[in-house]
Design a protein around this ligand. Structure first.
Ligand SMILES: Cc1ncc(COP(=O)(O)O)c(C=O)c1O
Length: 397
């Protein structure tokens, strides 16, 4: 029997597939070092877990309003005001099953068949697939390592056509760690307003930045850009809450209303206890977030230094998130035990089989000269993993 053409055209998430392969090897007793993870390796802070236990005992086990509890949406508004200088009302917030779900809801809310969404490449794997799932067309703007993986504004403008509906911005970016600062965001905002486009601003890694300047949300750069921004954030990365599945969109009234209706028919509200825990996360002390950020910062420095010390490998120093794009281009054409490295896939396969180190091939993000290393793993693992990578490179003919 024929299945949906649209659904069967969707690619499997390659990042999750590699992670699954590494976890399987691990369960077979093979000492794999995993640089594939897309989630913090820390446990959810105790005060958040305690809040969830309290919620259970207090009987918060029923359906909540489809867009999330009023109390959580108010806590999100307070966070956006406090951290980002943004004023939202609870009716502008839609809480969903993770930021990934919020993004899907966003594309489903914005797009008509054939509408184009501009996505800077290398891109997070789910953006183009989600756009396609919503009958849209992803249009890529290539970024270059030598420009810090930031979009060239001329290229952004040249990618705009009469069908362009939105620019999808991941700031800071998975997989490159690139961070758009105020001046670049002002340029993007100017272009979005001039061409009457929405901006989907994925700010899920907002807390994980390693610069002295405060983080800037594009929606805070004036009323006109606020009116066309769908801001995406959530609990997963900042609070080590990936399994709790809480993300949210903050949007203009009309967008939030349609998104809320859509969610009410598709999934209803996310898990009630997880909503309660997220409220505690946002309202509680933020020192554990600061601790985790400092630790990621130290790991980033260590990893960059170790990559630079291996001949044939290099990387641009990322300013945010917990990923590094390691440039492997110089190794193309060389052989490991007789097998030639031709691209990011062959490199990743040989590395996993040869020295049991899991990385994600850059082709998954549209960047075949690179592999992505996540530093959401301990400093000891980073040291051991890089030692193995150095030995692997050393053995290449
Ligand atoms: C850029 C980006 N956006 C969104 C998400 C999804 O986050 P969540 O776990 O809240 O669905 C991820 C997770 O890897 C991500 O990297």
């Amino acid at each position: 029997m024929e299945l949906s053409k649209r659904a069967t055209a969707i690619a499997e998430s390659m990042t999750l597939a590699i992670d699954a392969k590494a976890k399987k090897m691990h369960s077979q007793g093979i000492a794999v070092i995993g640089f594939g993870a897309g989630e913090p390796d820390f446990d959810t802070p105790v005060y958040i877990r305690d809040a969830a236990k309290e919620a259970l005992d207090a009987g918060y086990t029923r359906y909540t309003p489809a867009a999330g509890t009023l109390a959580l949406r108010q806590a999100i508004c307070d966070k956006l005001e406090r951290d980002n200088g943004l004023h939202y009302e609870p009716k502008q917030i839609v809480v969903s099953n993770g930021a990934k779900h919020s993004l899907y809801n966003t594309f489903a809310t914005l797009l008509n068949p054939g509408d184009e969404v501009i996505i800077p490449a290398p891109y997070w794997v789910s953006y183009p697939e989600q756009v396609k799932m919503c009958d849209g067309v992803p249009v890529f703007v290539e970024t270059k390592e030598e420009n810090g993986f930031l979009m060239d504004m001329g290229e952004l403008e040249r990618a705009i056509t009469p069908r362009t509906k939105a620019i999808c911005l991941c700031n800071p970016c998975n997989p490159t760690g690139a961070l758009y600062h105020r001046k670049a965001l002002e340029e993007i905002a100017r272009i979005a307003v001039a061409h009457d486009l929405f901006v989907v601003s994925d700010e899920i890694y907002e807390k994980l930045v390693y610069t002295d300047e405060p983080y800037v949300s594009i929606a805070s750069l004036g009323q006109e850009i606020y009116d066309r921004t769908i801001l995406i954030n959530g609990a997963s990365k900042a609070y080590a809450m990936t399994g709790w599945r809480i993300g949210y969109a903050a949007a203009p009234n009309a967008v939030a209303k349609v998104m809320s209706n859509l969610q009410s028919q598709a999934t209803s509200a996310p898990n009630a206890v997880a909503q309660f825990a997220t409220m505690a996360a946002l309202q509680g002390p933020q020192d554990e977030v600061a601790y985790m950020t400092r630790e990621f910062h130290a790991r980033r420095d260590m990893l960059c230094e170790m990559i630079a010390a291996i001949p044939g490998l290099s990387c641009h120093t990322p300013e945010g998130a917990f990923y590094i794009m390691m440039n492997i281009h110089e190794l193309f054409g060389r052989k490991y035990h007789g097998s030639v490295i031709t691209d990011s896939m062959t490199f990743s396969d040989l590395l996993l089989d040869g020295v049991q180190v899991a990385v994600v091939p850059g082709i998954a993000f549209g960047a075949d000269d690179f592999v992505r290393l996540s530093y959401a793993t301990s400093q000891e693992n980073i040291q051991e993993g890089m030692k193995r990578i150095a030995a692997f490179v050393n053995e290449l003919e």
